[in-house]
Structure formats: structure tokens, C-alpha cells
Write a protein that binds this ligand. Structure first.
Ligand SMILES: *[C@@H]1O[C@H](CO)[C@@H](O)[C@H](O)[C@H]1NC(C)=O
Length: 587
């Protein structure tokens, strides 16, 4: 999940359009009304991909001045030791004013800021980075001359991503408890802990569709992954098409000789045939369970399965819900299953359900050429388990609505975030106690936060969002409810969760799969609709369309939208969106 569209507004010659969140059916009805009256109506359409993709397409009278303002908020998850903010910059032509400002505001203090050279040395002198103790500012304002691909070119060299990476200081092992306005957020990312040994099974799809670049890239990634295993780790490799094979039928220690042998095995694989995911996963689980039952697993180790697949099952058990059931039954909640879906032929929702239900996460990999590095990067996120059974405790009497507070594992480079509500009139400080198991000891970590710690800090900076504790709490809660909803055992349970999600998104103004945003002018006769992905997809990717050019007669089909007749805004001679509003980044 990435983030959420918060609001979108548009000003046409002085008339401002503002946004509000409505239940999906209500929003669609309002939109249909505007369309029926042949008024200007518009649409924000979701894209099914896991990326943010907002497009405004609008028809504008010559000489009219239009300004778009998009407020989008996303939670930044720490990965591989840093937060990363990516901004796609593809203006398509030289822009008179191209300005990007990124402000970072961190009460804990900023440890480093890094802006990788993603434009291949084109922009000497920009971006300018200024970093203080708790604040940093990155300013990217290339002049027209600097934007030119070459001194006489009329093409722009601004065509890619501006990436900002940073991390904060983490002196306190027990994490940082940030408290404000009745909400708290607890950031927990301890370092300098010894890694816990892992028992890891790589389950690799080698069906025909993996043939070519995909397999080459997988092999390349697997070779570096195997090199990174520690000697105290145990592993094996399961590869499958219609049949399931193993490199070794039992887990073996990751010594140099064994990893070298596994690498040779993987190099020799020739993809062909069908896909039997069910068998492959059950085999992997069996190997882990058997090792445990024979007493071959270190009691203080963690068990992981990494599934790499590029397609739906074609052999053996085909029904996804049955595979899900089989896996859950056999895994018995003591193995974490991580899934990587390659490309577009794979039912990514299925992989997500499979992983969410079994203590893991799923990720999708796009493209071909850098599959190896994406795969490696994903693996790195789970390669270093540092803690097991992490439990966050807060005083029951005064703290309520705590988000998920118990975690099977904590992996190095990541971060656990827990949020909750409290009554500021009753409490002057919040105390938390974290218990966890590390490689060599049981930990009990305590931390304390004063109520007004942040108030002063947040009120002094106009770029700070004093409401971030509430928003982050709401966002975490909604995401959790969405995950629960997709696993709800009965229709009644699902309905109940649906109601809560709806209420939360209306209360906190967040577009979810169940709500939509209506953007309208004061008179209410011009409307746009901001819709979001269907349930069970990541929250809030979206594309923005202006509806006056949608084929008349009906609301476009959501299942099969046809953006084709729309004319891109830039082709209409409108003012190009030349300045980027400051991104709202919340941590
Ligand atoms: C998981 O738990 C079950 C039941 O206690 C046990 O039989 C199995 O061996 C365990 N598997 C692993 C990998 O720890």
C-alpha cells in the first residue's frame, strides 16, 4: 500500500473547486447527476497497479487559467535503513518555472539526507540540500538553461525521478513515542542487535513463462542472495513447474560449499511446463515442519519461505481459495511466507492474501531488466531478523484503539509503527513497555513521552503537519481493517468491518476502496469524482480524468475504462503544471 489522495482542487478563472469524501455509491450518483444535466463532470480513475498515477485530463478554453492542486499524503515506511521519497518528474518539455521543494521535519533529528544522482549528472548545482538538526530542505529548481539536454537542445533533461532518502537518529532502543492531540505514534527500529538465525526455503517458479530474461534475472539475484546467507542459517531450494523438485530434501547449513552447490543447481534450471504452486508450497512447509519435529531447528530461529512466481496455477490444485486453505493449515502460524509476483500474469491479490494470512508480505515486480535488483532488494528487507515476538504494551486504562501491537518478527533496516488514542485530560505522559526476544536474550524496553513534547516543535514550522499523529493512526487503522476485511470468515463479519472502514474514511477524509471523493464548485453544478481501486487492492492509486470528454450516456465502465477519447491536458495549450506543491510526507 502506498498512500492516500487527501484532496484535489482546481481553480478555473477564479472559481475554486473543493473536495469532500462520500460513500462510493453516493459519490457516483452525484457524478451521474452532473453528467445527466450535461454539466461538466469529471473523474479520478484508479489504476490497478501498485503505483501512484494521477492524471488530469481537461479541456480548457484558450486563454483560461487553470490551477490544479493535489494533496496527497502517504506513510513512509523505513526500508533498508532509510525513508525514501520518490517524485516522478516528467514535464515533457522545458518549463519556465520548475520548482520542487521537499521539507523534512523530524523531531528525532535527521541523521542523513541523500539525493542520488538519478538524472545522470545533468544537473550540476541542483538540487540544493540544506540540512539542520531536525529540519532539512531539498530544493530542485533547474533554470530553463539547465533543463536543456544540451546547450542548443529544446528537449528537457528532466525526465525521471527525484529521489530523497534520509533517516533519523535512533538513540533510544525502545523507540520514539510521539504524542500529540490525543493520538500517539510509536516508531520502533532498534539497531546493533545480533541477527537471529533463519531457516529459509526459496520456492522458485520455473514454468515455461519464466523462460528468458525473467529466469536469467532470478538466477542472478539468487546467486547474490545465497552468498549473503550466514553460516548459522539453514536453507534449501524448491523449484517447480508441473512437478516439484528440490535442491536438497532437507534443510542444510549455509556453508560456503553448500551455497556454491545451490548456485550451480539454480544455474542449470531450464524453465518449462506448467505451474503447480500448491504442491510446491506444501513441500516447502513440509521440509520446515519435519526439520522442526526432528529437533533440527534452533528454538531461537525464525522460519521463512520466499515464493517467486510469475503466474497462476495451471497444474494440480487450481482453486486459489483451496491453495490458501492448504497453506494456512500446514503452516500453523510459525512460518512467514513472503511472495514476489513477477509481471502482470500473476494474481497479485491472491499472493497478498496468502502472505498477509501467514505473517508475511507480498510484493510485485515490474519490468524485466532490473528484476534482479528488485528481487534482491525485497529479499534484503527480510534477510536480517533481529527480534521475535515483539509485543507493545500501553496502559489499558487510558490508551484505546491501539493498532496492531504484536509482531512475529522485526527485520533489520525496517521499522515497526504502532499508533493509538488517549485522553489528554487524563494523562500527562504515556509509558510503553516492549517485550521481545533477541538472538541471545529476552528484552524489556521501556519508554516515556510527555504530552506536550511535540506541540512546541510542530507549531513552529509551517511545513509541519500538527495532525500527523491522528492521520497516521487513521491510516494504519483503515489499512488493518482492509486486510481483515479481505480475510473475513463470514459475510456478516465482512459487513461489519466494511461499516467501520466507511465511517473511518468519512471521519478522516481518506479515499479508500469503499469511498470516493467528490470535487465540486460552490454551486455544485460542476463535479469531478475521485475514485479508488476496488477492494483488496492497495489503497488509493488513481488516475484523474476530466469527464466532459468521456463518451456521453453513461458512467464509464469501471472494469474496463476507456481513457482513449480523452485528450491530455498538455495538448490543449493550457498552462503546464509548473510548480509542485510541497509534498506532505508523514512518517
Ligand atoms: C509449527 O508448529 C507445529 C505445531 O506445533 C509443529 O508441528 C511444526 O513442526 C512447527 N513448524 C516449524 C517450522 O516450526
Amino acid at each position: 500500500p502506498t498512500g492516500c489522495l487527501l484532496s484535489f482542487s482546481r481553480t478555473v478563472d477564479g472559481t475554486t473547486f473543493t473536495s469532500s469524501i462520500k460513500e462510493k455509491t453516493v459519490a457516483r450518483a452525484l457524478y451521474a447527476q452532473a453528467r445527466a444535466k450535461d454539466k461538466l463532470a469529471g473523474l479520478v480513475r484508479s489504476s490497478a497497479l501498485d503505483m501512484e498515477n494521477f492524471q488530469t485530463e481537461v479541456n480548457i478554453l484558450p486563454g483560461a487559467k487553470v490551477q490544479f492542486e493535489l494533496h496527497y499524503q502517504e506513510a513512509k515506511w523505513r526500508k533498508l535503513g532509510s525513508y525514501e521519497h520518490r517524485l516522478h518528474l516528467q514535464p515533457g518539455r522545458l518549463a519556465r518555472h520548475l520548482e520542487v521543494d521537499v521539507w523534512i521535519i523530524e523531531p528525532q533529528g535527521i541523521r542523513f539526507v541523500h539525493v542520488p544522482d538519478t538524472f545522470e549528472g545533468h544537473f550540476d548545482g541542483v538540487p540544493v540540500i540544506s540540512k539542520g538538526h531536525q529540519k532539512a530542505h531539498i530544493s530542485f529548481r533547474p533554470t530553463v538553461a539547465q533543463q536543456r539536454k544540451c546547450s542548443k537542445c529544446s528537449e528537457t533533461a528532466v525526465d525521471g525521478e527525484l529521489v530523497v532518502m534520509y533517516d533519523v537518529h535512533r538513540e533510544k532502543k525502545a523507540g520514539e513515542l510521539e504524542v500529540f492531540n490525543g493520538y500517539f505514534v510509536h516508531f520502533f527500529a532498534p539497531e546493533n542487535l545480533h541477527p537471529i538465525p533463519k531457516n529459509i526455503l526459496f520456492v522458485i517458479d520455473v514454468s515455461g513463462s519464466m523462460w528468458g530474461v525473467k529466469m536469467k534475472q532470478t538466477v542472478e539475484a539468487m546467486k547474490t542472495i545465497l552468498d549473503d546467507l550466514r553460516e548459522e542459517d539453514q536453507f534449501s531450494v524448491v523449484d517447480f513447474n508441473q512437478n516439484v523438485r528440490t535442491w536438497k530434501n532437507d534443510l542444510v547449513s549455509a556453508t560456503k560449499t553448500q551455497t556454491a552447490d545451490a548456485k550451480k543447481y539454480i544455474e542449470k534450471i531450464h524453465p518449462s511446463g506448467g505451474t503447480n504452486i500448491n504442491e510446491a508450497l506444501l513441500r516447502a512447509i513440509f521440509i520446515l515442519n519435519e526439520a522442526n519435529n526432528l529437533g533440527l531447528l534452533d528454538p531461537n530461529s525464525v522460519s521463512l519461505i520466499i515464493l517467486v512466481s510469475d503466474g497462476d496455477p495451471t497444474v494440480g490444485e487450481l482453486k486459489l481459495s483451496n491453495i490458501q486453505k492448504n497453506v494456512k493449515q500446514n503452516i500453523q502460524d510459525n512460518v512467514s511466507l513472503f511472495s514476489l509476483g513477477m509481471g502482470f500474469d500473476v494474481d497479485y491479490d491472491f499472493l497478498k492474501r496468502l502472505s498477509n494470512e501467514n505473517r508475511g508480505i507480498a510484493q510485485r515486480i515490474y519490468g524485466n531488466q532490473d528484476t534482479a535488483s528488485q528481487l534482491k532488494k525485497f529479499y534484503n528487507q527480510v534477510s536480517t531478523p533481529l527480534l521475535r515476538n515483539v509485543q507493545f504494551n500501553y496502559p489499558h486504562s487510558s490508551v484505546t484503539d491501539v493498532t496492531q501491537n504484536s509482531f512475529h518478527n522485526y527485520f533489520g533496516g525496517s521499522e515497526i509503527v504502532v499508533a493509538g488514542k488517549f485522553d489528554p485530560d487524563k494523562l500527562e505522559k504515556i509509558q510503553s513497555i516492549i517485550t521481545a526476544t533477541s538472538a541471545n536474550t529476552e528484552l524489556v524496553l521501556e519508554t516515556l513521552a510527555q504530552m506536550d513534547d511535540l506541540e512546541d516543535f510542530l507549531s513552529k514550522d509551517k511545513h509541519a503537519d500538527p495532525d500527523f499523529t491522528r492521520k497516521l493512526w487513521a491510516y494504519l487503522t483503515i489499512n488493518q481493517l482492509l486486510a481483515e476485511r479481505s480475510l473475513a470468515p463470514t459475510a456478516a463479519a465482512k459487513k461489519k468491518i466494511t461499516r467501520s472502514i466507511l465511517q473511518m474514511s468519512l471521519d478522516h477524509h481518506i479515499v479508500t476502496p469503499l469511498t470516493a471523493m467528490v470535487i465540486e464548485n460552490n454551486a455544485g453544478d460542476e463535479r469531478m469524482l475521485a475514485d479508488s481501486p476496488p477492494p483488496d487492492q492497495s489503497c488509493c492509486s488513481g488516475a484523474l480524468y476530466y469527464g466532459s470528454k468521456v463518451a456521453p450516456g453513461s458512467i464509464p465502465s469501471w472494469a474496463n475504462p476507456s481513457p482513449a477519447p480523452l485528450v491530455p491536458m498538455r495538448a490543449e495549450g493550457a498552462q503546464v503544471l509548473e510548480s509542485t506543491p510541497p509534498p506532505h510526507v508523514m512518517r
